[in-house]
Ligand binder design. Structure first.
Ligand code: SF4
Length: 707
């Protein structure tokens, strides 16, 4: 077949780069950055530029497979048998144990239409709010931070703001690795405008720090104290905008009272930095004509994740640095469509259109639109709660799509116990090699990138089309199609004789139904459609009916979507992380990304070239910590936490401060002796966002003597 090019969107990180897929109609032969895409203007990073090499069929799930007993291997079956069986088991479980005895655990890798179909399946047909996403591990603290401080889960900035700002604070984000193309845009902007000041807050000296004018290597987990300390100085020096605070915020007096206790000396002590560097940081922010902050997992994956988000947003509200070019709080979403999941309400506590599952009025609006009697009132289980409910037998049928909880959730041994104990586990996956697939009673092969259609929303609220270039291999099907086919079969058990809620011809039809649920809401994207995005190119929401272009920046008028129209300054005191350094566990383990790998490596792990940067799992420690343990680089060590242990080589790494250790998050039991990195991490969660503290576990390291 002739050579063709299909414009699509990268399936890795939340930058959401445009990708031109080169193919012959059967196979993807190459990729290039899309010069017309506003996120990347033709650039791609190492992951995006090797997407065409991820087609290894040996790693793919190609046919439905079903087993008739836990001890038996799965056998190949056909789609009809697979989905009829799943529908019968789910229906029987719901009949016997109620709708909350089943659960769905889905993914920020899914497309918007997939999310919407899953959400409707769980809430409208099954009647449970037990649907959560791996975005719970990624952005749920930012969701809470935006909502409680600004009134809506809406990052207010655009990528242009990153280039236009006079002062950027990058906190808990190694964006050089995690959001590489946006980092390249920042590098280029800094080269053009050397007066731009960049502050990086990170316990490690990451590659992102190479661009920094100031690096604050705070002690892990002390961000809230740091942000309060910065505000203390801003107040003391008069570097705040009193008129703006007066006109557009509430809660200032309480916050002012709280930050009195966060003197520079006290904060320097808590954070393990100098008073001088704290003062410099506050001065750079306080005197900047525009101030923008970027953050990621270092703030979100924490038992104080919501407080960290709000404390950082406080700095913008106290200085009036929001709603203007180069200014505002700007979270970087980890996954390609974590934003789409938030929009479609695909977290246990949400409903489509930025609604709340706990709000009776919101439930009634969605139920009316879906033409069903009511939506479930019971509180849905969030990721950690959900797998604990599986482990203790409350959840009896579990559907997992496009994610690998057996590797990515903390306290991994317990997750394996849960999956082994669950009476019926369905895994809908493109890759058959994940740790989770081992536990599948029913494996459903899903189409992968380049093989399916739909929308994703990137970190700057921009919807972009992911397009199909080639057919899916074997019998793999698009995720939305699997969900709708299953739902129609389940309807025969649960609402026989009634019109189906799942008659969709294609993803565009799903999108058209979904978008009406956003009309009149803060994220209103009712004016968009697949066809319009194809015509206009990727667009930022809000994009209401009748709009001719999207909205790059929010809150320019200083009016916020709260009851009072004002943003809220939150006075949350600093709380130490759950685990502290102590005699048995004297090191704090931080986890994070490598430059060339993605999540559990199901896709990037198929590309030899992507192991060129880092070949194997290695634990990084400061040279002093190695010496203390009589370890040298390359020695094998046992890394032990309260929950489990791993054996792996160590390396000296001066970017890590003494008392800390660093291990990439990507390594699973395919690459490590024992389980993966998350055998060590803890399931303690932020009380509001329920996001687990994946970046702060007490550990010890001991030399392993070889026989
Ligand atoms: Fe893909 Fe992110 Fe790299 Fe862009 S920066 S090519 S979206 S992984």
């Amino acid at each position: 077949m002739a050579h063709q090019t299909t414009a699509s969107t990268c399936c890795y990180c939340g930058v959401g780069c445009g990708v031109l897929i080169e193919h012959d109609g059967e196979q993807i032969t190459g990729v290039a950055g899309d010069p017309a895409h506003p996120a990347n203007h033709g650039r791609l990073c190492s992951k995006g530029s090797t997407l065409h090499l991820t087609g290894d069929l040996a790693a793919r799930a190609l046919h439905p497979e079903l087993r008739s007993g836990k001890a038996l291997p799965r056998d190949r079956t056909d789609w009809d048998n697979a989905l009829d069986h799943a529908a019968a088991v789910f229906a029987e479980t719901i009949r016997e144990h109620g709708p909350d005895s089943v659960a769905f655990y889905i993914s920020g890798q899914l497309l918007t239409e997939d999310y919407y179909a899953f959400n409707k399946l769980a809430r409208a047909l099954v009647g449970t709010n037990n649907i959560d996403s791996n975005s719970r591990l990624c952005m749920s603290s930012a969701v809470v931070g935006y909502k409680r401080s600004l009134g809506a889960d809406a990052p207010p900035c655009a990528y242009e703001d990153v280039e236009q700002s006079h002062c950027l604070l990058i906190a808990g984000s190694n964006m050089a690795y995690a959001h590489p193309v946006l980092f390249r845009r920042l590098e280029a902007a800094k080269a053009r405008r050397p007066e731009m000041k960049i502050i990086v807050v990170d316990p490690r000296r990451t590659d992102t720090c190479e661009l920094a004018d100031l690096h604050l290597a705070i002690l892990p987990g002390t961000d809230v104290a740091l942000f309060h300390g910065i505000l203390h100085i801003l107040l003391w020096e008069g570097w705040i905008d009193r008129a703006w605070i007066e006109a557009h915020t509430e809660g200032f007096d309480e916050l002012k009272k709280l930050v009195r206790d966060y003197s520079p000396a006290a904060v320097a002590d808590i954070c393990g930095i100098s008073v001088g560097s704290l003062q410099t940081c506050a001065e750079l922010i306080g005197k900047a004509p525009s101030f923008l902050s970027l953050w990621c997992m270092g703030l979100n994956q924490s038992t104080s994740g919501s407080a960290k988000n709000s404390a950082l947003i406080n700095l913008h509200l106290a200085t009036g640095q929001i709603g203007k070019p180069g200014a505002g709080p700007f979270s970087l979403t980890g996954q390609p469509n974590a934003m789409g999941g938030r929009e479609t309400g695909s977290l246990a506590n949400l409903l489509p259109g930025h609604r709340e599952a706990g709000n009776a009025g919101h439930r009634a609006e969605v139920a009316d639109y879906w033409r069903i009697d009511a939506l479930p009132e019971s509180t849905g289980l969030t990721a950690i709660e959900l797998f604990e409910a599986v482990r203790i037998g409350r959840i009896k049928a579990l559907w997992i799509a496009c994610t690998n909880p057996a590797q990515s959730l903390p306290d991994q041994q317990k997750i394996h116990e849960a999956l082994a104990a669950c009476p019926f586990v369905v895994v809908q996956e493109a890759y058959a090699t994940t740790e989770t697939c081992r536990y599948a009673d029913l494996l459903l092969p899903a189409a992968g990138w380049g093989e399916k259609e739909g929308m994703v929303t990137n970190s700057e609220r921009r919807l972009s089309h992911v397009r199909r270039a080639v057919p899916a291999p074997g019998e793999a099907r698009a995720d939305w199609a699997i969900v709708c086919d299953f739902a129609r079969r389940l309807e025969k058990h649960l609402r026989p004789g009634r019109p189906s809620l799942f008659e969709f011809a294609d993803p565009a039809a799903l999108f058209d139904e979904y978008k009406q649920l956003t009309a009149g809401r803060d994220l209103d994207l009712s004016g968009l459609s697949h066809a319009l995005i194809d015509e206009l190119g990727p667009q930022q929401w809000p994009f209401p009916t009748g709009a001719s272009r999207g909205t790059p920046r929010l809150y320019a008028d200083g009016v916020f979507p709260t009851a009072s129209g004002r943003a809220h300054l939150h006075a949350d005191p600093y709380r130490a992380p759950q685990e502290r350094r102590e005699a048995r566990y004297p090191l704090i383990l931080n986890t994070g990304r490598l430059r060339d790998q993605w999540h559990g490596m199901s896709r990037t792990g198929t590309v030899a070239r992507l192991f060129g940067h880092v070949e194997e799992a290695v634990l990084g420690l400061h040279p002093d910590e190695l010496r203390r343990r009589r370890l040298a680089g390359g020695d094998l060590a046992r890394l032990r936490s309260r929950r489990g242990s791993l054996i792996l080589p160590v390396q000296a790494d001066e970017s890590i401060r003494p008392g800390q250790a660093f291990l990439p998050m990507h390594w699973g039991d395919r690459f490590l002796k024992g389980l993966g990195t998350n055998v060590l991490t803890l399931p303690a969660c932020d009380p509001l966002s329920k996001q687990p503290e994946l970046k702060h576990a007490g550990v010890e390291v001991e030399k392993v003597e070889l026989p």
